[in-house]
Design a protein. Structure first.
Length: 490
């Protein structure tokens, strides 16, 4: 049992009210432990601790801050299996995927540690005699990080690492569904030797998150989660003049053109739609397929859907875990009627998985909707479950139009053997990321990650510039010539 606590000023502590929430395994309903149900006062205590730690941390040389991140990476590497198992148990991701998530987080933290030696400004010749002009970077102060449950190791770490290396102190409010992995991140931070108060973690749901967002002593917000919550956060931060970065929902297509390798495309769709139970922002939820290859494509995707093995995430033979919660599973199942009402057929899945004890957990079957209209609700709204909508189109132009005709813009992939066609899609797809002949999921830590339209506001996460969201650029003019300014520009 993991009865986790908040992590404030370097100490583990319960919620001030003493209230807790149970942590339920989505695979079998077992109670895994509990977490504090924090409120306003807990968030305020964490903000005060982060504020007190800020001057010392900001004065720590950036290369030394990077060195501590490297230590954190080493601790994570040593405890990778423990973190992976906690992640699989509380989020439901199969253990192989959980291990993959931990390795991805590890590689990114190692990369971000090096930013401590690369946070360069510019120097430029000045128009003024005897003047040296340059730019430098200053941290914001205390920053608030609010994260979802679906990548509960990667996402907190890909926000923490650039925030810390840039010299900020942090209050992290992780998702209520995944407190165990968040508490383990607190342990990693402590073991790595970060000074008390540099990282603070407050469990709970909207109340502590809203306190962090609205608090005058929190100077920037990085949020990943649903589009509705993100929209409200953007409005609050706009009102408060607070820098904000939001990474939100997705509805990512794979486009299968007439000349595509249909086997390869169907495999990528299956990986993207059913992998991680469809609970990735980069999941493939739409297959936009040229009519000339659509029957062959559907035949293959049905074979993949029926071949998935739902089960306990710690069993090595399982290929698909549960939805994260009963509420999430019910949401997924509710879309089946919506698909039928919109004129789609459901040749695979369309119900809850049963048998072999699966009914104790929250398992929707891998599902395929066929003959979906490009403007149908199931083609436009994020379902966040193991569901693929097949949209049949007449040609590449219709495919491109269908791909872009949604509010979201995270990622998209095109399958074609024609280089010219591939580049046409690369240039015209309205997404932050585009793949050619590759699945929609994933992303490498040293490259920028994020979307446009209703998926993303603010600069990209990860990649070489991620830390810039967490810092303000200052332009400096030094009059070392000693003379009074006489230029007409003054
Ligand atoms: P969510 O929006 O329900 O919750 C995210 C976080 O916000 C949680 O910590 C939650 O406690 C907090 N929160 C809830 N209500 C709030 C409020 N009113 N004000 C402030 N904070 C509040 O999202 P979720 O269900 O945890 O995550 C799934 C969503 O995240 C999906 O839409 C998915 O696409 C998205 N996501 C996006 C990316 C990306 O990079 N684009 C990555 C992963 C997940």
């Amino acid at each position: 049992m993991a009865h986790v606590q908040n992590f404030i000023a370097g100490r583990a502590c319960p919620a001030i009210t003493g209230e807790t929430s149970p942590n339920i395994s989505p695979a079998d309903g077992e109670v895994l432990g509990s977490a504090p149900r924090s409120g306003r006062a807990d968030a305020e205590a964490a903000i005060a601790a982060a504020g007190a730690a800020f001057p010392g941390w900001a004065d720590t040389p950036a290369p030394s801050r990077g060195d501590l991140l490297l230590k954190l990476a080493r601790v994570l590497e040593r405890r990778a299996e423990e973190v992976s198992r906690a992640l699989a148990l509380e989020e439901g991701k199969v253990i192989a995927e959980a291990r993959g998530e931990v390795q991805k987080a590890l590689r990114y933290v190692i990369f971000a540690a090096g930013d401590g030696r690369r946070m360069n400004g510019i120097t430029a010749p000045s128009e003024l005699a005897g003047t040296f002009a340059f730019t430098m970077w200053r941290p914001h102060g205390v920053v608030g990080l609010i994260t979802p449950w679906n990548f509960p190791v990667c996402i907190p770490l890909w926000k923490l690492a650039p925030a810390l290396v840039a010299g900020n102190t942090v209050v992290l409010k992780p998702a209520p569904e995944t407190p165990w992995t968040a508490a383990l991140i607190g342990e990693l931070v402590e073991e790595a030797g970060f000074p008390a108060g540099v990282v603070n973690i407050v469990h709970g749901d909207a109340e502590p998150a809203i306190t962090i967002i609205e608090h005058p002593d929190v100077h920037a917000i990085s949020f990943t989660g649903s589009t509705d919550v993100g929209r409200a956060i953007e409005a609050s931060c706009g009102r408060l003049h607070k820098p904000v970065q939001c990474e939100l929902g997705g509805k990512n297509p794979i486009i299968v053109l007439s000349d595509a390798d249909v086997d390869m495309a169907a495999l990528a769709c299956a990986q993207g739609a059913f992998g991680s139970t469809g609970q990735r922002c980069t999941a493939t939820s739409r297959a936009i397929v040229d009519r000339s290859v659509a029957d062959a494509f559907v035949e293959r995707i049905l074979t993949h859907a029926r071949g998935m093995v739902p089960g306990h995430p710690l069993h090595e033979s399982t290929t698909m875990g549960p939805s994260v919660s009963e509420r999430q599973m019910e949401k997924v199942l509710s879309f089946h009627a919506i698909a039928r009402e919109g004129g789609a057929t459901i040749p695979a899945g369309g119900a809850r998985a049963t048998g072999g004890g699966l009914e104790r957990g929250f398992f929707p079957l891998p599902t395929v909707y066929d003959h979906v209209r490009a403007d149908a609700r199931v083609a436009c709204e994020e379902i966040f479950g193991p569901v693929l909508s097949v949209i049949r189109v007449g040609d590449a132009d219709e495919a491109l139009h269908a791909a872009n005709a949604i509010p979201f813009g995270l990622t998209a992939s095109v399958y074609t053997r024609d280089l010219g066609r591939a580049f046409r899609f690369i240039e015209r797809l309205d997404t932050g990321m585009t793949q050619v002949n590759a699945p929609t999921m994933g992303g490498e830590g040293h490259l920028p990650f994020g979307g446009i339209k209703a998926t993303g506001v603010g600069p990209r996460e990860m990649g070489p510039d991620a830390w810039k969201f967490y810092a303000e650029s200052k332009t400096v003019y030094v009059n070392h010539g000693g003379g009074a300014r006489t230029s007409k520009f003054y």
